[in-house]
Write a new protein. Structure first.
Length: 70
């Protein structure tokens, strides 16, 4: 994990980078970009507490994501 943070993410935290990548390019491409298998990416997400949720929205509906303030 540390190697990927240094090598692929320029020291960015995986906890922040992985969700952004998943939203931008999808699961398979995120695994490919990080040079991981999909199983390994899934395992890392489990260990890091990263959840993927799929939501269906009707026309005109929108979704808001809130992060807890630190």
């Amino acid at each position: 994990m540390l190697d990927v943070e240094k090598r692929m993410l320029n020291g960015r935290e995986l906890e922040r980078a992985i969700p952004e990548m998943l939203n931008d390019v999808g699961f398979t491409e995120t695994a490919n970009n990080l040079k991981l298998s999909k199983a390994t990416l899934n395992y890392w997400m489990l260990k890091l507490g990263i959840e993927v949720r799929r939501v269906a929205l009707a026309p005109g509906e929108e979704i808001e994501i809130k992060r807890p303030s630190s």
